[in-house]
Design a protein around this ligand. Structure first.
Ligand code: FE2
Length: 219
């Protein structure tokens, strides 16, 4: 179910389902213009990430209650940034092997998101960056110098982004977003985003835990 951009139907992913613009019996229909920002309550929203008009896709999902102990364990550590790359399962395993045992329930979650990203990027190898941040390290709105980037915030304030109407919005904890970066070869609108400023907040509200997934070799 669409919740932000209800008018056009969700497109089929590349290589799956009927050809865009065609009915099941093969008759041609006018092409449907997919909006720049697509949001959905299921991961199928992310399949629109490569569409030529789309700059941002969202899978809106509630915070993961089963991950609370693992998230709390991560937030009990000093701020960190841990990177791993490989197949989604290998990278998740490698990353979690360096973390406290109480964080291990995140392994399956990261592997699942990595597999989603691998499907979108068309590449078997993904790069994870799991971060606990508590400062304003990346507070300028920007477009990433990558093809696609997946972001999910597990705790703290979510990533902020600017809609095409100029309004600043904030992702909710648990949302999975795929932003199109400057290196993706199309002319879709790019959606600027930033880490929310936190240094003005009380110390207990500054910590954020987030995962960033993209393709190795691009920054
Ligand atoms: Fe970014």
């Amino acid at each position: 179910m669409f919740i932000a951009t209800a008018s056009p139907p969700l497109p089929q992913p590349h290589g799956l389902g009927p050809q865009r613009g065609a009915t099941p019996d093969g008759r041609r229909q006018p092409d449907v213009q997919v909006p720049a920002v697509v949001a959905c309550l299921s991961p199928t929203a992310l399949l629109a990430a490569r569409e030529p008009t789309v700059g941002l896709t969202f899978w809106r999902r509630p915070a993961r209650a089963g991950l609370r102990p693992a998230i709390a364990s991560a937030l009990a550590l000093p701020p960190f940034s841990e990177v791993a790359q490989g197949s989604p399962d290998e990278a998740a395993q490698a990353l979690m092997s360096r973390m406290p045992a109480r964080m291990r329930p995140l392994r399956a979650e990261l592997a699942m998101l990595g597999r989603l990203f691998s499907t979108l990027s068309g590449e078997a190898v993904v790069r994870f960056r799991l971060e606990h941040v508590a400062d304003d390290a990346c507070r300028q709105f920007h477009i990433d110098s990558v093809e696609l980037r997946l972001l999910c915030t597990y705790a703290g304030l979510g990533t902020e982004w600017i809609g095409l109407d100029g309004r600043v919005r904030r992702m909710s904890v648990g949302d999975v977003a795929v932003f199109k970066g400057s290196k993706f070869p199309d002319s879709a609108p790019r959606i600027q985003h930033r880490s929310p400023p936190v240094e003005h907040l009380p110390r207990w509200r500054r910590s954020r835990l987030l995962i960033c997934i993209d393709q190795p070799g691009v920054f």
